[in-house]
Design a protein around this ligand. Structure first.
Ligand code: DQA
Length: 149
C-alpha cells in the first residue's frame, strides 16, 4: 500500500458554500472521503491537506517529493486553486522536487474568464483533469495509480 497526497489550495476549504454553481455542493470533507474511498478501492491510502498559503503548499510538495523518492508515496493529486494561474513558485517546486502531480480543477477553467486559461502547473504536471466536478479528484487518483503501475 502506498500513499497519495491530495492537496487543495486557496479557498477550497470553502467548498460546499463557495459558488455552488461552479463547484457544487460537496464540502472539502466530502471530497476527502471520496478520495479515501477511491484510493482504498485501488489498495492505496490518501494523505489530505488544504492550505490557503503558497509557502505551505510548496513545503508539502517538497515533502511529497521526499516520500516519492523513499518509495512510500505515488505522487500528488493537486488542485492549486487560483495559484494555478499565478504561481511560478509552485511550478518550480513541482519541477525541483520531481514529484508526479495530477492537476485537478473542479470547474472547466477554459470555459471561464480568460485569466483562468493559463496554468503555470500544467507544463510540470503528469496529467490533468478539468471540468469533471469533484469526481475529477477520483479520476486524478486513478490516473496517478495507472501511470505508476
Ligand atoms: C479551480 C479553478 C481556479 O481558477 C479557481 O481559482 C479555484 C478553483 C477549480 O477547481 O475549478 O479556486 O481550481
Amino acid at each position: 500500500m502506498a500513499s497519495i497526497m491530495v492537496l487543495n489550495g486557496p479557498n477550497l476549504n470553502l467548498l460546499g458554500t463557495r459558488e455552488p454553481a461552479q463547484y457544487g455542493h460537496e464540502t472539502l470533507a466530502d471530497v476527502e472521503k471520496l478520495c479515501a474511498d477511491a484510493a482504498a478501492a485501488l489498495g492505496h491510502q490518501v494523505v489530505c491537506h488544504q492550505s490557503n498559503h503558497e509557502g505551505v503548499l510548496i513545503d508539502l510538495i517538497h515533502e511529497a517529493g521526499q516520500r516519492v523518492k523513499s518509495g512510500d508515496m505515488l505522487g500528488v493529486v493537486f488542485n492549486p486553486g487560483a495559484y494555478t494561474h499565478t504561481s511560478i513558485a509552485l511550478h518550480d517546486a513541482i519541477k525541483g522536487a520531481d514529484v508526479p502531480v495530477i492537476e485537478v480543477h473542479i470547474s472547466n477553467v477554459h470555459a471561464r474568464e480568460s485569466f483562468r486559461h493559463h496554468s503555470y502547473i500544467s507544463p510540470v504536471a503528469a496529467g490533468m483533469v478539468v471540468g469533471m466536478g469533484v469526481q475529477g479528484y477520483v479520476l486524478g487518483i486513478q490516473g496517478l495509480v495507472s501511470k505508476r503501475a
